[in-house]
Design a protein around this ligand. Structure first.
Ligand code: X6L
Ligand code: MG
Ligand code: MG
Length: 176
């Protein structure tokens, strides 16, 4: 990544329950990492999860990732929405099935509340399908402590390990 701008760490959640779910997750991470202002630092394992909210739909694959970016939160969200569109996301019923869902959970040093984006994500701490993979990629600090604490109460019901991702570079930063 270019190093003439300040880069910040961000965490995202990914989900898919339509089409080739694992391929769609990998394509989304690949598209993010291909962006010149985004590096995927660390992807979690993939989990198969029971649908929450609207339960009469196929099982999801969910994962999380740690990113580094020189984009602002709003710019990063726009890139995520564009990748969703490129990967065939069609917005129909609110909590219905989707080829890919990319949610911005946390952006280093940022709390904000606009019509388009709320940070940190207001419901992330309520969902095991977010917290289990997120707990694998979080840097040490107060957020990791809060997530591990909440997970201990929430449990991992409805989550099955799918496989580990084969991201090149593993847990190493992709630049510097
Ligand atoms: C009561 C009412 C309790 C609503 C929960 C929870 C609604 C989550 C929506 C809820 C409620 C959501 C995924 C999913 C969805 C996903 C799995 C949502 C949005 N996305 N289930 N359901 N994985 N397993 O990514 O998160 S719809
Ligand atoms: Mg979501
Ligand atoms: Mg979403």
């Amino acid at each position: 990544m270019k190093d003439n701008q300040l880069s910040r760490v961000a965490y995202i959640a990914l989900g898919s329950n339509l089409g080739d779910r694992e391929r769609l997750l990998r394509q989304a991470l690949g598209a993010l990492d291909a962006h010149e202002q985004i590096a995927v630092l660390k992807p979690s394992a993939i989990y198969e999860t029971e649908p929450v909210g609207y339960t009469d739909q196929p099982a999801f694959l969910n994962m999380a990732a740690m990113l580094e970016t020189t984009l602002s939160p709003t710019e990063l969200l726009q890139v995520m929405l564009e990748i969703e569109r490129q990967l065939g996301r069609v917005r129909e019923e609110r909590w219905g099935p989707r080829t890919i869902d990319l949610d911005l959970l946390h952006y280093e040093g940022t709390a904000m509340h606009t019509e388009l984006l709320i940070l940190p994500h207001p419901r992330m701490m309520e969902r095991a399908f977010v917290l289990v993979p997120l707990s694998e990629v979080l840097a040490e600090g107060p957020l990791q402590e809060a997530v591990l604490d909440t997970l201990g109460q929430l449990g991992k019901e409805g989550m099955t390990r799918w496989n580990t991702s084969n991201w090149p570079d593993g847990s190493e930063p992709s630049a510097n």
